[in-house]
Ligand binder design. Structure first.
Ligand code: AMP
Length: 217
């Protein structure tokens, strides 16, 4: 894939978009862009932003479309590599906004990849997830634990549980996904731009499939 193109990773929270997207971007020399990460980072350093968006995030609700659309447009405008987009678009209105903004700034949405896993496994994965607050590395206590308990292999920081990885918020996030993001999957399917990948295997197995489906992109 050359130039200003985008691969969108779609799928419910916990399916592995972050783990896989980061690796894919690193190995292909693309830019990994996750709206959740950008918002979490922004909240840490900008009190005004924290006030505007943190309560949505802590409840497992979506931040308003207009806000996120503007953020993504600015990020795309500042990118000169192909982009792996994770966590956006999450509503039909965001998907339409993405088509409009990419046309306006001369980018193409190349394809959308739906990562699929059953709901029981998602909850298991989210409960076992630990993240590094410093470098963003993602671990799973069962399948991809750090070498030393609770310490990031990459940068030595103490790992944390994300605020929204608590049981009751997880349920809310899954229901928001079904209500608001599944229509986005249909949007790309109808346009023939969707590829589906079974994401229930080990991280290595899933990565091999993603590598294959993005090989010509
Ligand atoms: P994630 O890390 O993708 O699970 O996102 C964490 C939280 O950030 C979500 O539960 C939302 O509150 C917010 N968020 C991330 N991406 C979006 C988006 N595209 N639209 C609205 N809210 C978002």
């Amino acid at each position: 894939m050359t130039g200003k193109k985008i691969v969108i990773l779609l799928g419910p929270p916990g399916v592995g978009k972050g783990t896989q997207g980061r690796r894919l971007a690193e190995e292909r020399d693309w830019r990994y862009l996750a709206t959740g990460d950008v918002l979490r980072e922004g909240v840490k350093v900008r009190p005004a932003l924290a006030e505007a968006v943190k309560s949505y995030m802590d409840r497992g609700e979506l931040v308003p479309d207009a806000f996120v659309n503007e953020l993504v447009e600015a990020l795309l405008e500042s990118s000169d590599q192909p982009v792996v987009l994770d966590g956006y678009p999450r509503t039909l209105s965001q998907a339409e906004a993405l088509d409009q903004m990419t046309e306006k700034i001369g980018w193409q949405v190349h394809s959308a990849i739906l990562m699929k896993v059953n709901e029981e496994e998602l909850v298991d994965r989210l409960t076992a997830r630990r993240v590094c607050p410093q470098c963003g590395e993602i671990y799973n206590l069962k399948t991809q634990p750090p070498q030393q308990d609770d310490i990031c292999d990459r940068c030595g920081q103490v790992l944390i549980v994300r605020d929204d990885d608590k049981a009751e918020v997880i349920r809310r996030r899954l229901s928001v996904y079904q209500q608001l993001t599944e229509p986005v999957v249909e949007y790309y399917r109808r346009q023939g731009r969707l590829t589906e990948v079974d994401a229930s295997g080990s991280p290595q197995e899933v990565y091999a499939k993603l590598w294959q489906v993005t090989i010509n992109q």
